[in-house]
Design a protein around this ligand. Structure first.
Ligand code: C2E
Ligand code: MG
Ligand code: MG
Length: 454
C-alpha cells in the first residue's frame, strides 16, 4: 500500500515544478487522514483493555469524525475536510490532556505533543493552499503545545488515568509522536528520492539497453497503413513493459530525455533504413515523439539531419511529434528550430492537440504539417452533441490553416466514420491496431488481408 501511495505520487506529479510541489503536498495530506484513522483505531483496544469506556467512546467518536472528514475532503473542498479533521484532533488532545493525561510526580503529561503532529499536518496543507484558517490552526496548535508544556494545567474536574497505565502509554505516545513527526518530515521531502530511485533505474536501463520501440499503425481513409508512430517501452527486468506515461515525466525532470530521445531517433532511423529496402514498406512515414528539452538542444537539427544522412534516409520519411507543452518556452527560438527542420524536409506534427497551451496565434506562426486531434476529443464525439461539434470545429480549424488532420485514439467504427465526415484523412487508434513490436507490424503489412482491427 505504501509503495502504491508513492507510485501514485510519482505518476501524478506534473512536470511544472510549482504545480508538482503542490500536488506532492496534496498527496502527503491525503495520506495523513488515513494514518489518523488507523492511529485512533489502534488505541481503541488499549482503552478497552484498561476498561476506560469513556475513552473508548471518545476515541471511537474521533475515529468516525476523521473518517467523515476524509470522505468530505475526497469529495469536495479538500482543505475544508482536512481542516475539520485537524480541529477535532486538536479538540481531542485538549480534552484528553485536561481530563485523562494529568501530570503527576511519577509520570509527565505527553498527550499535548500531538499538537506538533497536527501543526505539521497543517503546515503541509498550508504549503499548497495558503488559507488564513489553516494558518490560525497551526498557530493554535503550537500555542497549545507551549501552554501545556509550560504549566501543569490541572483542574478539579479531571478523572486522570492511573499512573500505572499512564506510565506505559506515555512511552507509546512519545514514540508515536516521534515516528509521526519524523515520517511526516521524510514524506514532505520524499519527492526527490522518489524520482531518485526511478532515475537511477532509468540511467541503468539506458546503459543496459532495456528500451524498445513499439509501432502503432497510422492509416488512410481506406484503412491502408501509410505510416506508424514509434512509441517507447521500457522492458523492466522485474516489472515487465512499463508505459512511457509512467517513466517519461521522471526522465524529463531528470534531464534524461535528450539521451533517451537520441536513442529513439537512432532506432527509428534503423527501422526506416530497413523499410527503404522493401517495396511494401518503402513509402511508410515513421513518426517519433520529441520531448521539449530534447527539441531545445542546441544541436537538435544537426543531430536529426546527421542521423538521417548516416542511414541514407529521405527526410520526408520521418515525422517529429511535438506536444503543446513545448510552447511554455520562448516561441521565437522554437520557430527558428522548426523552420530549420522544415528547410531540411522534415515534417512536424502537433501531438495531443487541444489539451495544452497552444493558441490560434501559435498555430498560425508555426511551420506545422499535421495536427493530431487528441483522443479525448475523439472519445467525446459519440458521447455528446457538444463533443461532436467540438471535434468538428477543431478539424475545421486545422483545415483552415492548411494542416493535415490525424484523429488519434480511434476505437470504434462510429468514431472513425464521424472523424472521416469531419474531413480527417489520417487515423490512428486501437481500432486499426495497437502498438506492437516491429516484426508484428511488418508481418501485418506483408499480409494486408489481415483484419483491419488490431
Ligand atoms: P502519444 O504520442 O499521444 O501516443 C499515443 C498514445 O495513445 C500511446 O500511448 C498509445 O498506445 C495510445 N493509444 C493509441 N491508440 C489508442 C486508442 O485507441 N485508445 C487509447 N485509449 N489509447 C490509444 P503510450 O504508448 O502509452 O504513450 C503515451 C505517451 O508517452 C505518448 O503519447 C507520448 O506522449 C509519450 N511517448 C511515447 N514514446 C515517447 C518517446 O519516444 N519520446 C517522448 N518524448 N515521449 C514518448
Ligand atoms: Mg505521439
Ligand atoms: Mg498523442
Amino acid at each position: 500500500m505504501t509503495i502504491n501511495i508513492f507510485k501514485n505520487i510519482r505518476n501524478r506529479l506534473s512536470t511544472d515544478p510549482a504545480a508538482r510541489h503542490s500536488q506532492h503536498l496534496l498527496l502527503v495530506c491525503q495520506a495523513a487522514l488515513p494514518v489518523g484513522i488507523v492511529f485512533t483505531a489502534l488505541w481503541l483496544p488499549i482503552f478497552a483493555i484498561v476498561g476506560n469506556w469513556h475513552l473508548v467512546l471518545l476515541d471511537g467518536f474521533l475515529m468516525l469524525v476523521i473518517t467523515a472528514c476524509w470522505e468530505a475532503a475526497s469529495r469536495g473542498n479538500f482543505s475544508t475536510g482536512y481542516l475539520a479533521a485537524q480541529f477535532v484532533c486538536a479538540l481531542f488532545v485538549v480534552l484528553f490532556s485536561l481530563l485523562f493525561d494529568v501530570p503527576s510526580d511519577a509520570v509527565p503529561r505527553v498527550c499535548h505533543f500531538y499538537f506538533l503532529v497536527i501543526a505539521l499536518a497543517g503546515y503541509a496543507n498550508y504549503g499548497r493552499d495558503r488559507g488564513r484558517l489553516q494558518l490560525a490552526m497551526i498557530v493554535l496548535c503550537i500555542a497549545g503545545f507551549v501552554v501545556f508544556s509550560s504549566s501543569p494545567m490541572t483542574f478539579a474536574f479531571a478523572t486522570p488515568l492511573p499512573d500505572t497505565v499512564r506510565g506505559v502509554t506515555a512511552w507509546i505516545n512519545v514514540v508515536s509522536v516521534v515516528v509521526l513527526l519524523g515520517g511526516g518530515i521524510v514524506l514532505l521531502q520524499r519527492e526527490f528520492t522518489l524520482d531518485g530511485n526511478m532515475v537511477r533505474e532509468l540511467r541503468a536501463a539506458l546503459d543496459d539497453e532495456q528500451f524498445e520501440l513499439f509501432y502503432q499503425p497510422q492509416v488512410d481513409q481506406a484503412g491502408a497503413v501509410v505510416g506508424a508512430e514509434a512509441l517507447l517501452r521500457w522492458k523492466h527486468p522485474k516489472r515487465g513493459y512499463v508505459s512511457p506515461d509512467e517513466f517519461v515525466p521522471a526522465a524529463e525532470r531528470a534531464g534524461l530525455m535528450p539521451r533517451l530521445g537520441s536513442w529513439v531517433l537512432k532506432e527509428a532511423a534503423q527501422t526506416l533504413s530497413g523499410w527503404r529496402a522493401n517495396a511494401a514498406t518503402s513509402t511508410l512515414v515513421l513518426s517519433i515523439n520529441v520531448s521539449a528539452d530534447q527539441f531545445r538542444m542546441a544541436d537538435f537539427v544537426a543531430l536529426v539531419t546527421g542521423t538521417l544522412e548516416a542511414y541514407g534516409i529521405e527526410p520526408a520519411m520521418l515525422k517529429l511529434e511535438l506536444t503543446e507543452s513545448i510552447f511554455v518556452a520562448d516561441i521565437d527560438d522554437l520557430v527558428e528550430t522548426m523552420k530549420a527542420l522544415e528547410r531540411a524536409g522534415i515534417a512536424i506534427a502537433l501531438d495531443d492537440f487541444g489539451t495544452g497551451y497552444s493558441s490560434l496565434s501559435h498555430l498560425r506562426q508555426l511551420p506545422l504539417q499535421q495536427l493530431k486531434i487528441d483522443r479525448s476529443f475523439v472519445r467525446a464525439v459519440t458521447e455528446s452533441g457538444r463533443g461532436a461539434s467540438l471535434a468538428r470545429n477543431i478539424a475545421k480549424m486545422g483545415h483552415d490553416l492548411s494542416l493535415e488532420i490525424l484523429a488519434e485514439g480511434i476505437e470504434t467504427e462510429e468514431q472513425f466514420q464521424f472523424m472521416l465526415s469531419c474531413g480527417c484523412r489520417k487515423f490512428q487508434g486501437y481500432y486499426f491496431g495497437r502498438p506492437v513490436p516491429l516484426a508484428a507490424l511488418e508481418e501485418r503489412i506483408a499480409a494486408p488481408t489481415q483484419a483491419l482491427v488490431g
